[in-house]
Design a protein around this ligand. Structure first.
Ligand code: FAD
Length: 467
């Protein structure tokens, strides 16, 4: 959410005129979550995810430097053995009090083909490192998620995605990968080599083994033009199909308790570079929080205030290589639920989600994110076999988020959604089995690679085991 000086001033005036008693109530609720001990009674260091929703005290931490070392580690280590990328998943995929494995020593571009535009990459490489490394060889990732802090393996293992008609999630670009397994072997996986493992483990929740190296299909390095603008939200919702057809990458955020939304588009261009300006989303988000804090129980006034803050704000334009523009900084911590729906149910579901929030959750102020992702054929991909539209609802890290499960998730499930593997949801084995046509095949491959269940932590027990 961008802002200008004018809106900041306007916002300040409105806040000053706010109802002091209500603001006081919010101030009282606005407390940091209690800090966890940095070390537990056994002397083991705390591991915590970005959102603060998950934590553990792993007895052993390992960072193998080769695929063989990784395979030996998986075979001999105490379970549950869990892999960690950047710890940006909201769900309990990573937590273990036994063995935590990072691929931070297996990074960087290892080889590339200038004709096919494929590159072989250490699976621990962070997306923000990959951009400049690929640019040096004339390549770029076809698309990127909203942030670029994730590791390549961590991002692809949960089906991390960006947006754009015809653009698959990150794992859609995987041509091949090496997988170290708990059986102590290293499997080369592609459409022709161990194809069952390739299909089952491309999006694998770190439950099939440790991905050590990946060959990715990239694009030629080209410039894109990013335009961020504020539009009446009805235009965005009604015009979503047109927007998707007309832009390379497009998404929008509905700003709750306002009549506005933020539209972000990226399109190929040959125009000269125009570097992106300073990050303004944080400022905008905190202004929406202020409006919430003061006007939480004065809905018409909150709409009026937000509409005044937002209307008339200028577009922001930047032109540069895609890896510099497609992702953003998100310094304000939040919790998130995101479901991927069949494209035809996305907008009806979105209308219901907005209505539910504005009727029942006056504490919500984070914008609701709307994106589009192409179908792929990975067995556990949330986009398996269907073009998808996503809806994501966020809650400030100090606020209650249990309404995700009671208010939002039932709507998204009723409309045929599948939850993002890395984001909060309440589903269990039987729910997932019903959502994925190749579920049983994927489970058979998993059980074969990890017969002792060494990779299964309590969270994965709920997801991957019945009962
Ligand atoms: C601020 C924020 C913004 C986000 N924006 C988006 C977005 O725009 N789009 C989107 O789709 N998602 C988004 N996410 C979710 C995020 O992309 C995913 O949860 C992603 O999986 C996190 O990557 P990571 O590197 O942090 O992996 P982690 O969360 O550390 O791990 C994710 C999974 O990968 C496994 N894993 C890690 N390394 C390996 C390995 N080498 N081999 C095998 N398995 C491994 C882990 O065991 C775990 O199961 C966002 C999250 C945050 C916090």
């Amino acid at each position: 959410m961008g802002t200008t000086r004018r809106t900041l001033l306007a916002g300040g005036g409105v806040v000053a005129a706010g109802v002091a008693g209500l603001a006081g109530r919010r101030l009282w609720l606005d407390r940091e979550p209690a800090a966890l001990p940095a070390v537990n009674a056994s002397g083991h260091l705390l591991w915590q995810n970005w959102a603060g929703t998950q934590h553990a005290y792993p007895a052993t931490r390992a960072a193998p430097a080769s695929a063989d070392e990784a395979a030996h580690l998986l075979k001999t280590a105490q379970g549950p053995v869990r892999m960690v990328g950047a710890g940006h998943s909201f769900t309990g995929l990573v937590s273990t009090d036994a063995t935590l494995v990072s691929l931070d020593r297996m990074t960087g571009v290892l080889g590339h083909d200038p004709v096919t535009l494929q590159a072989s990459v250490g699976a621990g490489t962070r997306l923000y490192e990959l951009g400049p490394a690929l640019a040096a060889i004339g390549q770029d990732m076809p698309n990127l998620p909203d942030i670029n802090k994730q590791s390549l393996a961590g991002g692809t293992q949960t089906g991390t995605h960006g947006t754009g008609l015809g653009f698959k999630a990150l794992h859609g670009g995987i041509v091949a990968f090496d997988l170290a397994t708990p059986r102590g072997e290293v499997l080369e996986c592609s459409a022709t080599s161990n194809p069952e493992v390739f299909n089952a483990a491309r999006v694998g929740l770190g439950a099939f083994g440790l991905v050590t190296r990946m060959t990715m299909q990239n694009h030629a390095l080209t410039r894109v033009k990013k335009v961020t603008s504020l539009r009446p939200r009805a235009d965005l919702i009604d015009g979503w199909d047109d927007l998707l057809r007309h832009h390379r990458n497009v998404e929008f955020y509905v700003i709750p308790f306002s009549h506005w939304g933020q539209l972000i588009t990226h399109d190929a261009t040959t125009e000269p570079v125009r570097p992106r300006g300073p990050e303004t989303d944080t400022d905008g988000t905190m202004k929406l929080k202020q409006a919430r804090d003061v006007l939480e129980f004065a809905t018409p006034l909150r709409f009026w205030t937000a509409d005044n803050l937002i209307s008339g704000m200028p577009d922001q334009i930047a032109i540069d290589h895609g890896w510099k523009l497609l992702s953003n900084e998100r310094p304000v911590r939040f919790r998130e639920i995101e479901y991927h729906l069949p494209r035809e149910t996305q907008i009806p579901a979105l209308r219901e989600v907005i209505d539910a929030i504005e009727r029942h959750r006056s504490d919500v102020f984070f914008p609701i994110e709307v994106r589009s992702i192409a179908a792929d054929d990975a067995w556990l991909s949330t986009f398996h076999g269907r073009e998808s539209g996503s809806i994501a609802v966020h809650a400030y890290y100090k606020d209650d988020y249990t309404f995700f499960y009671t208010l939002i998730e039932p709507i998204l499930r009723r409309h045929g959604g599948r939850p993002h593997w890395g984001k909060l949801n309440s589903l269990k084995y039987d729910d997932f089995a019903a959502l994925y046509p190749r579920w049983k095949d994927a489970m058979a491959v998993r059980d074969d690679l990890d017969p002792e269940g060494k990779l299964i932590n309590p969270y994965l027990l709920r997801v991957l085991r019945r009962g």
